[in-house]
Write a protein that binds this ligand. Structure first.
Ligand code: FES
Length: 95
């Protein structure tokens, strides 16, 4: 199975994850400060800054794009409960 390297800058931890993993699935396990609410891509609580590797994430759905826009998120922000790490290296920190 393809893997990716996912780094959480706030806790300085890098983990190998299977391709297709959502950031929120790992962040809560390792104690990153990314907070979340609905986990359905609706509340915007889990907005996360992508420090590196935006190109290695799944494309945002129309719902994610709308929630990011409604919350005035920046170009480097994604919803940790929605975007999947597809491969390569990705570095994130709480938004
Ligand atoms: S936890 Fe609600 S949008 Fe991600």
């Amino acid at each position: 199975m393809a893997t990716a390297k996912l780094t959480f800058a706030d806790v300085a931890l890098t983990v190998n994850v299977p391709s297709g993993t959502r950031i929120i699935e790992i962040s809560e396990k390792i104690g990153s400060g990314i907070t979340y609410g609905c986990r359905e891509g609706e509340c915007g609580t889990c907005i996360t800054r992508i420090v590196e590797g935006m190109e290695n994430l799944s494309q945002p759905s129309a719902l994610e794009e709308r929630v990011l826009k409604d919350n005035m998120a920046g170009h480097d922000d994604r919803l940790a409960c929605q975007c999947q790490v597809l491969g390569g290296t990705v570095k994130v920190r709480p938004g």
